[in-house]
Design a protein around this ligand. Structure first.
Ligand SMILES: CC(C)(COP(=O)(O)OP(=O)(O)OC[C@H]1O[C@@H](n2cnc3c(N)ncnc32)[C@H](O)[C@@H]1OP(=O)(O)O)[C@@H](O)C(=O)NCCC(=O)NCCS
Length: 252
């Protein structure tokens, strides 16, 4: 009996790591051989051989110590960068990261679809920056546009537990998962939390520490818990502050 339970648990573990047992073996062998190799040597080797297990458009840079699960459901655009310590768990329907998007140290992107939700996924557009220790959970689907920046410790969590029945533990009451949409050119400040069902409009800014529970109108700044309008961008903004502005270097 104990043996049967152990085998069942082992099977469950494997089902949550890869699309099949053979895929698990293939992916783990590649990680064993090359996920640890540091420097530009490791990046080059992974750029060549990881395309056996995940979808790569052109060339991508994957640092050592990156953890990937369900690699066959991951697509990386040309010029994408995964920093050391990032963790992508892409059980159906996958993680799609656009061209030139950078995922910084310790970021965790988890589709977390163990209930076979048809709409679970994480899609990130081009030229985005996913900041250090950002957590994205994609049960309800997370769609992030182009040039979106998340600062350190942002959380984008497309799921809620149901808990209205006092007679049953919340773990037996299911979840809701509506999805989160973040449109182009949004900046999410450090430590902000985006809850399920929210749409963040184009060009808006979420202040550090905000908890966003309602839709955010385009070109607005919101902040606080729960997040409220701080100001509209480009409206009565003639109070140009006396600060030095540094621009990004666009060519080398
Ligand atoms: C929101 C932010 C961008 C400032 O925007 P701003 O439009 O210039 O806002 P101001 O500084 O003029 O402040 C406007 C009001 O919003 C408030 N406010 C500013 N930041 C806030 C925040 N994080 N939470 C709540 N309220 C905030 C100010 O106190 C001020 O309120 P008041 O008018 O009652 O005094 C800035 O405060 C912020 O949160 N930056 C994020 C920093 C960060 O995460 N950096 C990481 C870079 S990768």
């Amino acid at each position: 009996m104990a043996l049967k339970t152990n085998i069942a648990q082992l099977n469950l573990y494997l089902q949550r790591q890869a699309s099949s047992h053979s895929r698990y073996a293939l992916e783990q062998i590649l990680y064993l051989l090359m996920s640890w190799i540091p420097s530009i040597v490791g990046i080059t080797i992974r750029a060549l051989f990881y395309r056996l297990i995940l979808k790569m458009d052109g060339w991508v840079a994957i640092e050592n110590g990156v953890r990937l699960r369900f690699a066959d459901h991951i697509r990386l655009g040309h010029g994408a960068y995964l920093d050391k310590g990032t963790y992508l768990h892409a059980c159906p329907n996958g993680i799609d990261i656009g061209p030139n998007t950078i995922v910084m140290y310790g970021a965790l992107l988890h589709v977390y679809n163990f209930r076979e939700l048809p709409h679970s996924h994480i899609h990130i557009g081009r030229d985005c920056l996913i900041g250090e220790y950002t957590v994205i959970r994609g049960q309800g689907g997370v769609d992030i546009g182009d040039r979106v920046y998340s600062s350190p410790f942002v959380q984008i969590i497309a799921v809620n537990h149901v808990f209205d029945d006092r007679e049953r533990p919340f773990v037996d009451q299911g979840i809701t998962a509506e999805g989160i949409i973040i449109e182009d050119d949004v900046w999410l400040g450090s430590g902000s939390i985006i809850t399920d069902g929210v749409r963040i409009g184009q060009g808006s800014v979420v202040a550090a520490g905000a908890v966003v529970t309602h839709d955010v109108a385009p070109y607005t700044v919101v902040g606080g818990v729960p997040a409220r309008l701080i100001r509209e961008i480009g409206v009565n903004n003639d109070q140009v502050e006396d600060k030095i502005i540094y621009m990004a270097k666009t060519s080398f």
